[in-house]
Ligand binder design. Structure first.
Ligand code: 5GP
Ligand code: MG
Length: 178
């Protein structure tokens, strides 16, 4: 499909599934190399990262665990402070090598909150694996360990990412038509 309509918006084909999978395989190989013997626990962020997590785990061959969390946003103590609470983490990550599995890093705010929250549980280290990264949009000081693909600051859907709840099931990635 060259383009798709989701609700009121038109999206055009941007990255095809074979290209996506090739890049996921590349970072899986890096992870296999870097984290061998470390018994990592992957923490995938729902909903957006479900497809990325599935494909990544097919290619990660070292002993590891995977678990899934959700993030709930709520207003912090100051009016500008947005806090993210991590829901659904039942495993202990104390002393573990944690690999966060995210769909996309845009401003970096979500990832910084998540790293801070998980850090409270005293993991040995936290690595970040993201399917997509928008370098031009990054506002935070953040080291991303495994980036499958860098993209410009367009709004995209597909491969787990949604527009208003729809489009997550698309095998390819589409960008909003300008
Ligand atoms: P950040 O906190 O880095 O600004 O944003 C991260 C979150 O915003 C992502 O986890 C994702 O839910 C959402 N997001 C950012 N850019 C896009 C995009 O292009 N498409 C979709 N569907 N979600 C996005
Ligand atoms: Mg996300």
């Amino acid at each position: 499909m060259k383009s798709v309509k989701i609700k009121d918006k038109e999206f055009e084909l941007f990255i095809q599934s074979n290209e996506i999978e090739k890049n996921i395989e590349r970072i899986a190989h890096q992870i296999n190399h870097d984290l061998a013997g470390k018994n990592p626990i992957f923490v995938a962020v729902l909903n957006g990262a479900f497809m990325f997590a599935g494909e990544l785990m097919k290619k990660v061959s070292i002993p590891c665990e995977i678990t899934f969390v959700r993030l709930a946003s709520y207003q912090g103590t100051s009016s500008t402070e947005k806090v993210k609470e991590v829901l659904g983490l039942n495993e202990s990550i104390e002393g573990r090598t944690v690999v966060i599995v995210e769909d996309i890093v845009d401003s970096g705010n979500t990832m910084v909150s998540l790293v801070d929250e998980l850090g409270l549980q005293h993991p040995l280290e936290i690595k970040i694996a993201t399917l997509l990264f928008k370098p031009d949009a990054l506002k935070r000081d953040l080291k991303l360990d495994y980036v499958a693909m860098e993209i410009p600051s367009d709004f995209i859907v597909g491969y787990g990412l949604d527009y208003d709840g729809y489009g997550r099931n698309l095998n390819d990635i589409y960008k909003l038509k300008s």
